[in-house]
Design a protein around this ligand. Sequence first.
Ligand SMILES: Cc1cc2nc3c(=O)[nH]c(=O)nc-3n(C[C@H](O)[C@H](O)[C@H](O)COP(=O)(O)OP(=O)(O)OC[C@H]3O[C@@H](n4cnc5c(N)ncnc54)[C@H](O)[C@@H]3O)c2cc1C
Length: 211
Amino acid sequence: MGAGPAGLTAALYAGRSMKRTVLLEAGIPGGELLNTENIEDYPGFASITGPDLAGKMTEHALSFGAELVSARVTAIDLEPDGFKRIELEEGDPYFAKAVILAAGGQPRKLDVPGEKEYAGRGVSYCAVCDGAFFRGEHLAVVGGGDAALEEAAFLTRYASKVTVIHRRSEFRAQPLLVERARQNPKMEFLLDAVVEEIRGDGMRVESVRLR
Ligand SMILES: Cc1cc2nc3c(=O)[nH]c(=O)nc-3n(C[C@H](O)[C@H](O)[C@H](O)COP(=O)(O)OP(=O)(O)OC[C@H]3O[C@@H](n4cnc5c(N)ncnc54)[C@H](O)[C@@H]3O)c2cc1C
């Protein structure tokens, strides 16, 4: 279930192990890769666009016999004989001995003007994936939990400065992470601040407006 990188990899191995394999995908194969402009950290490809890599992964996975079906899974139940009954939004259910769940995840969005427009052009949801594109720049990380402080600390490898913007007066992150962040000379904090808009020049992000 799910034809992102995880599901495509699972389908490749299942097909190659001569298992009858059906790959159920609600959207277009590739998952979050399709939202990625440029990938520079996938071994074997110095630089490749997300959609190109998704296309290659799909072709590769299907070459071992997996069948790709365009369908949204709505429920999975256990039958008395041990088979799994996989209900779809439309059409007949499938029955399988095993189901691999590879439905991925969705980053939590800010839902502010500019976020969608500049996604992949300055708005990112993954520091490890995109940090290297912003060498020497002043970056902002929005959030106050463990993930925000870990991502912000990682970004200081590349950025000239990282400003953590958090809507509350205290961080939710583990105290150890907060302490490390406070001692990091490249990190600064804006507390009780809410991002209201992400602004740019039409091509790239330039600033954020705060309340
Ligand atoms: C902007 C951006 C840039 C990124 N850049 C990089 C990068 O440079 N390098 C890197 O390594 N990673 C990068 N990532 C992260 C990478 O894309 C994800 O880690 C990866 O896609 C996760 O793969 P996945 O298969 O687990 O999930 P997903 O890619 O989320 O795929 C899940 C799939 O399951 C399908 N699905 C969900 N529910 C159902 C259902 N009920 N029925 C049927 N199908 C369903 C979805 O439609 C989707 O196609 C980036 C992510 C984003 C958003």
